[in-house]
Design a protein around this ligand. Structure first.
Ligand SMILES: [Zn+2]
Length: 490
């Protein structure tokens, strides 16, 4: 009998009066503009009523539209908030950056010092929200992500260096300017505000997986843009006895392979065999991928220990990218027994509705490189097998149907099992109105309810309603609330 089952049966039999189960974390991601548009108390009233949310994941920093700003252009406006878009020309046009005031003493060891979001003026979302949230017994977690723009002052000194020598928009985890910015940011959050936690997310991967298009990205990456090959990464490679020149030669050859594959120029021995030949000839390809992955893990660990050194009671965890549901390579890199060493919680993305569209995009992408010889339905069936999914629909249907609630169940169950023995909390990310093409699957109250039920059936310690309140319809939010009521959790 494992600990979970013991606690459940203990509670059921009232054997131990003090063994009351920990309340489940009911989280919601929300950006600053929602509080400004709707008023803090009115927004909190709404999300408490609709979905019994007890933890706010406030987007404190990003240059991306996924977690901040209003509804994405081209998507229908939801039934709350300002009924307009924040596209250029409109009020509060989205720019991105920090939605909290920054304190210069925490950014002395980095050249990135000027990153305040300009569109909301002097507004500090934590200052505005935390007192109101505390009064209601709600927790506040700072939620920020690894998304940058090129016009941030001095950012070039922290950017990844591509294979072609150009700078990338992405920043390098091994660059002290970025590492120190991340550490300064979490210290600033911990010391300047009464926060309950910090969650950070990075939706990227190493050069090998990038090259193969092993993600739900619709635009293939040109070989020259692969990264990172900066001086800091090269030095780290040498410390690991990786031959940098061989790695570069390997990526050049891999780039020639993927370029030809996407032009449907089949190699004599086929796509899959030729890729294996490259991996055998240049084992540096995989070593470079692992170097990138380890650098991300070291970044997690460094942020974790920084927070714990400042305020041990602040929880620290990570948003794990949706690609974990599609690409076996990326999933292999998300070794939960390793991540659990520096994770109080993990938000594992399990977006069921947009998952269908994204999985189809992933299949088309790898179907144009390493699996060029495999008919795409067969390729999807192969992924259903190796990723351990059951009851999902054919390729032609998944963009229009989305993935099933059973997908959420399978993913939760798998993550739960992978975390056996760890104290890390498992909080599946639940899709509420994440944009899809208008003709593809759209979220429904029933579908949202089923996804939340499935997460708890799979053993979740909570759920995180995603991606941002400003794109969610209230009816779908209430679908999540209905599941929680049915489960007796609220
Ligand atoms: Zn680098």
């Amino acid at each position: 009998m494992n600990r979970r089952h013991f606690l459940q049966s203990a509670a059921a039999g009232a054997l131990v009066a003090s063994a009351a189960p920990t309340p489940k974390m009911i989280g919601l991601q929300v950006g600053a503009v929602s509080f400004l548009d709707e008023g803090v108390d009115k927004a909190l009233d709404e999300i408490q009523q609709d979905a019994s949310v007890n933890t706010l994941f406030v987007a404190t920093f990003t240059y991306g539209r996924g977690i901040a700003g209003r509804q994405s252009p081209g998507q229908p406006l939801p039934d709350h908030g300002k009924q307009e878009y924040d596209t250029p020309g409109n009020a509060n046009a989205f720019h991105g950056g920090s939605y909290v005031r920054t304190h210069p003493q925490f950014y002395k060891d980095t050249v990135i010092q000027d990153f305040r979001a300009p569109e909301l003026g002097e507004y500090d979302v934590l200052e505005a929200v935390i007192p109101a949230a505390r009064k209601r017994g709600m927790k506040t977690i700072c939620w920020f992500e690894d998304v940058w723009r090129r016009d941030v002052p001095n950012v070039a000194q922290a950017q990844e260096k591509q294979l072609d020598g150009q700078n990338s928009t992405n920043l390098c985890f091994n660059n002290p300017n970025y590492r120190n910015w991340l550490l300064g940011t979490v210290e600033d959050y911990c010391r300047s505000h009464e926060i309950d936690g910090i969650m950070w997310g990075s939706e990227r991967q190493g050069a090998f997986a990038q090259s193969l298009g092993a993600a739900h990205e619709s635009t293939p990456r040109s070989p020259g843009t692969l990264g990172c090959f900066c001086q800091h990464c090269e030095r780290k490679a040498k410390e690991r006895s990786i031959d940098v020149a061989r790695a570069r030669a390997g990526f050049k050859a891999l780039g020639e392979f993927t370029t030809a594959a996407r032009a449907r120029k089949r190699p004599v021995d086929g796509y899959y065999v030729t890729l294996w030949r490259l991996m055998l000839r240049y084992p540096e390809l995989l070593a470079w991928e692992m170097l990138w992955t380890d650098s991300l893990r070291e970044t997690y660990a460094a942020m974790y220990s920084k927070v714990k050194s400042v305020k041990p009671s602040v929880g620290v965890g990570w948003h794990i990218w949706h690609n974990n549901s599609f690409s076996p390579i990326y999933r292999a890199e998300q070794d939960l027994s390793e991540l659990s060493k520096y994770s109080d919680f993990l938000k594992m993305v399990m977006y069921h509705n947009c998952g269908g569209e994204r999985l189809a995009t992933y299949i088309r992408s790898v179907g144009g490189t390493m699996y060029g010889d495999v008919p795409q339905q067969e390729l999807l069936d192969f992924h259903y097998r190796v990723m351990d999914y059951k009851q999902e629909k054919p390729l032609a249907e998944i963009p229009k149907s989305g993935l099933s609630a059973n997908y959420v169940y399978e993913e939760t169950r798998r993550a739960r099992e992978a975390l056996t023995g760890a104290t890390t909390q498992l909080w599946p990310g639940i899709d509420i109105d994440i944009p899809t093409a208008q003709t593809n699957a759209r979220c429904t109250p029933g579908g949202t309810k089923d996804a939340v039920l499935a997460a708890f059936r799979g053993g979740a310690d909570g759920v995180l309603l995603s991606r941002k309140y400003s794109e969610m319809s209230l009816a779908n939010l209430r679908g999540a609330g209905a599941a929680l009521k049915e489960l007796g959790l609220v």
